[in-house]
Ligand binder design. Sequence first.
Ligand SMILES: Nc1ncnc2c1ncn2[C@@H]1O[C@H](COP(=O)(O)OP(=O)(O)OP(=O)(O)O)[C@@H](O)[C@H]1O
Ligand SMILES: [Mg+2]
Length: 288
Amino acid sequence: MLRISGVTKTYPNGVRALHCIDLTIERGLFGLLGPNGAGKSTLMRILATLQEPDAGQLTFDGADVLADPRAHRQRLGYLPQDFGVYPGVSAVELLDHLAVLKGLTNRRQRAEQVDALLHQTNLHAHRKKAVSGFSGGMRQRFGIAQALLGDPRMLIVDEPTAGLDPEERNRFHNLLAEVGENVVVLLSTHIVEDVRHLCPRMAILSEGRVLREGAPETLVAELAGRVWRKTVEKHEVARHRESLAVLSTQLSGRRTVLRVLSEGPPGPGFDVVAPDLEDVYFAALLQR
Ligand SMILES: Nc1ncnc2c1ncn2[C@@H]1O[C@H](COP(=O)(O)OP(=O)(O)OP(=O)(O)O)[C@@H](O)[C@H]1O
Ligand SMILES: [Mg+2]
């Protein structure tokens, strides 16, 4: 179990990236959902001990992470948002090289683990190809393979699905779900779809603060009876935005479907609808 308490970070240029973050994260997948600049990567770099917080504490399975970052790194796998690879090096060579860096010195054990991870991430058939030539989805699966070297107990993956097509995203979700059966997996994303079916627990982060936290279905249930929908002409959208808490707008042919947060009927022509996780996300961002 990972316990984050009071974690705060201000960059030297004055940007307050994290304000007193408190989160408790159990085994399985935890989704950290937030828009650009929310502080997701800052938090993940701190959890990976690549950056120190100004204040706060981190414990993992009772151990003080900040007091002994080296020991924490032994338990950790990390896929950064901007995962770079050396050009021209094949998947199997690169994975073997990274395994050495991770301290897997026994050649035979290393070869076995590299082979197993290439199978697990469905890259075995491509193991002799250069990772720099991989498609986005293959590259991210390779990123998971390298993060899993050394059997980490905690896996941090920073926006791994950005830019993947639906099929690859789905494949990546399945891979994470499988990994999440055994270890703590912290997944950051700005894509609601990544969290909806994949993460039993989640938090919404914005401007360095946790706005909501819980199980996706609980957060959705809390909005029951408060999300309203109406289809309007395009020119009416701005007027509705002025007076109502508009969660989202979606084009439907020439018209626009508005979703609005309101304790009671917001006006004529509105129907109450079943809330979804996207409504939870936009409602949280509206209320900040
Ligand atoms: N090294 C840095 N120096 C100064 N400011 C930074 C630095 N890194 C991040 N920031 C700022 O801190 C805030 C949080 O950034 P961070 O990268 O953690 O957000 P994010 O949620 O990961 O965003 P994205 O979805 O775009 O990756 C932003 O305002 C960003 O501009
Ligand atoms: Mg980021």
